[in-house]
Each structure stands twice: as C-alpha cells, then as structure tokens.
Design a protein around this ligand. Sequence first.
Ligand code: SAM
Length: 262
Amino acid sequence: MGWSRQRKISTQSLVFLQCLDAWKDVSKSHDFKRIEREERRLKRMDEVVEWRDFGAGCPPEGKSRKSSVSSMARAASSDRRKGQWLMAAARAAQQADRPPLRMLELGTCLGSGGDYLLSGAPKGTFYMGLEGSASLADWTQRRLQWHVDAGSDVHIQTGPFERTLPALIASKTTFDVVFLDGCHEGQVLLGQWREIQPLLSPDFIVVVDDIRWSKDMHAAWLELCSEPQVAALDVFRMGILIPNRKSGPSSEAVRVAWHQRA
Ligand SMILES: C[S@@+](CC[C@H](N)C(=O)[O-])C[C@H]1O[C@@H](n2cnc3c(N)ncnc32)[C@H](O)[C@@H]1O
C-alpha cells in the first residue's frame, strides 16, 4: 500500500506514540547536536578507507574496495532524519524497572547508527555491533569510545554476518532494540528477521532500514508487516516493528505525518 493510503498513527499505538514523543524531544538534545557536528566533519574528510564489501555477488571473504570517508558518510551512514528515529527508538525502549538496555546493530559502517542509538540510551547500555569490514569496525569502535567513557558497554564483532550472527545466537544474548541495516536485499532481510527471533526480548523494538530502497526491500518490509506477531510503524525510509499485543491477525502498518518521516 502507498504511503499516503496508510492509516496515521493513533492513540491505540502506545509504544509508537512513545517513539513519536521521544522523536520530538531528542532533536533538542546536546547529543543530537554533537552528532550533527561529527557528521559534518566526516562529510568533509578526504581520508580513504579500504574496506571489504560483503554485498550481493561478492566472495565469502568479501571484495576489497576503497572509498573516501566523506562518500561513506554521505551514502552509507545514517543521516540526521534516520538518526532521530534511532535515538527515539532507544529512548522509547527504556523502562524504569528494566535492567540496562541491550541493543544490536547489523552493519555499523562508520558508527553513525551506533552513535545515535547509544545517545538515546541510558548509561550502562550494552551495545553489540556486527560489521563485516575490519577497517569499518575500527572506525565504529573509535567513534563509540565516547559512549564507553560515559559508561556504556560497547562490543563490535568483525566478520560476515553469516559467521557472526550464528555465534551471537548461540550465545543466547537478548536484545531490546535491534537495527537491521546490513544488507539491502529483501530475501536477506527476511532471513535475518527469522534468525534474530530467539534474540528478541518480549518488548523488542526492531528498526529496519531502507524499506523503500528497492521494490524488493519494500516487498520484504510488507511481508514483515503481515506477520501476526508484530505491529509496524512506517517512517518512510525506515520501518519500526514491535510485538503485536492484540489477538488475531496483524493490523496494517501505521505511518507518521509527512514532516516526521525519516
Ligand atoms: C548501510 S551500511 C550501515 C550504516 C550504519 N548502520 C549507520 O547507521 O550508519 C551497511 C554496513 O553493513 C556491512 N555489511 C553489509 N553486508 C554485510 C555482511 N554480509 N556481513 C557483515 N557486514 C556486512 C557493510 O560493511 C556496511 O558497513
């Protein structure tokens, strides 16, 4: 269904309204402004990064590529509109009686998504980033050091998801917030969604990136929305999935207002 024909978020979607309230707040925070400054700095950097591409058609060990930091910051990193929703999701996932928040990101690139997620989360949050490319994992680690110094528990696992994700599942770690941003192919997204099921806490928030990147990604997003165990919020370039608390089949995805889109 097209964007405009979807129902708008309503007072029945309590968790989504919590996300929306957080979305309104976070852009005024010091952290949001600090990240914006960092993004501007990265977008001016000519430094070249050698990284490994694990995308479609690449060998299992990845294909070596070179890109400037500025081009990666512009083309592959979460920008402020996406970041605002990531921060909001992390903030909305906090509950007074819950132990430290646990967050997982698939595909960390230069660490923008992780920075936004951790900036919305309380001190002591556990963050796990999976990144195929060692050089990009290193950029992420350095970028997130700020959060480590502030008391967060940050871990980056390097290697193809095909290796790191099964190892994470075997470790039986549980996550409250998951950001799926590693691969923009519908079938891979659906496979990752199935794989992460045992990792999700009962009140999970899963953010899916680039749901309108291609027809294939949008079709996969619609398939996720149709699963009976989830309720879905469409924020245009990203989608947010939470547990469906109503009995019966899943309801259609709701959307935010146009000016609130990612
Ligand atoms: C779009 S970027 C992630 C952007 C980041 N989440 C952010 O918010 O700024 C996708 C990342 O996923 C990584 N990636 C893609 N396919 C992968 C795979 N099969 N295994 C491991 N990493 C992969 C890429 O190296 C890249 O850094």
